[in-house]
Write a protein that binds this ligand. Sequence first.
Ligand SMILES: NC(=O)c1ccc[n+]([C@@H]2O[C@H](COP(=O)([O-])OP(=O)(O)OC[C@H]3O[C@@H](n4cnc5c(N)ncnc54)[C@H](OP(=O)(O)O)[C@@H]3O)[C@@H](O)[C@H]2O)c1
Length: 256
Amino acid sequence: MTANPTSEELAGRVAVVTGAASGIGAATARVLAERGAKVALLARRADRLEAVAAQITEAGGTALVVPADVTDEQSMAAAAERIAPLGTVDLVVTGAGNMLLSPFADGRTEDWDRTISTNLTGVVRTIHVFEPQLAAAAQAGGAADVVNLSSIGATAVAPSFALYCATKAAVSHLSRNLRTEFGPRGIRVTNLEPGVVDTELMDHVDDAPSKQWLQGLIESITVLSDRDIAELIAYTVALPKHINLSQVVVLPTQQA
Ligand SMILES: NC(=O)c1ccc[n+]([C@@H]2O[C@H](COP(=O)([O-])OP(=O)(O)OC[C@H]3O[C@@H](n4cnc5c(N)ncnc54)[C@H](OP(=O)(O)O)[C@@H]3O)[C@@H](O)[C@H]2O)c1
């Protein structure tokens, strides 16, 4: 993405990546570490985080495994304490999320609660717990970034996507509103809206028609990779600190 990315590009930065156990979060953690950032890896599955951390350290990077649940305020506060030895957090990527699809009339209320608590409340809690450190980093004259993983679903509509798309629309508007408070304080907010990316996200869909529709889409086009999104995030946060790529929509070329 960058013309000549270097291993020093993000040297000195301290990053927190939620959802780092798989997919976009794991790829982002790897790429940020390759570019020199120290990276705290957050998700619930410790074994998966350990595997990602091992890849990072074998490649010469710095990674800290911090099992945490973004829906749980205490868990996130404890995570922030565990990350403290890495230094002041100046880069937060909110990659934790789920996509539980079903027709609204099925009334899968537990799925709806999980969707809202992970995709929206989880993003809010994550930003809340690290905001003081982001502010301190900006105050000290450095770059400070929040990168929110929204989705093209923030503006798209489709049957069975109501709750997922509602949370993504909320994250996109949260990002826009936060910019009005964070921007003047030197904290960039980037809202990223990807189209289809090949990750585990779809594996949790158990509604047969939704799964079939998604599989058909994935098989009919060349979708994005988690690394594509990670490179885009690394490019965005490595820009000079007065440049805020505030809204990024990235689609597979063939996705309508
Ligand atoms: N894949 C796509 O096509 C696509 C497109 C647009 C946007 N996105 C968004 O990108 C983000 C990342 O998704 P992905 O595609 O990389 O899917 P993924 O591989 O399923 O990654 C989701 C990550 O979130 C973590 N997670 C889920 N619930 C959590 C919780 N309560 N606390 C902490 N971590 C939690 C999971 O790890 P644990 O289960 O171990 O906690 C996992 O590492 C999501 O917000 C998704 O909506 C994806």
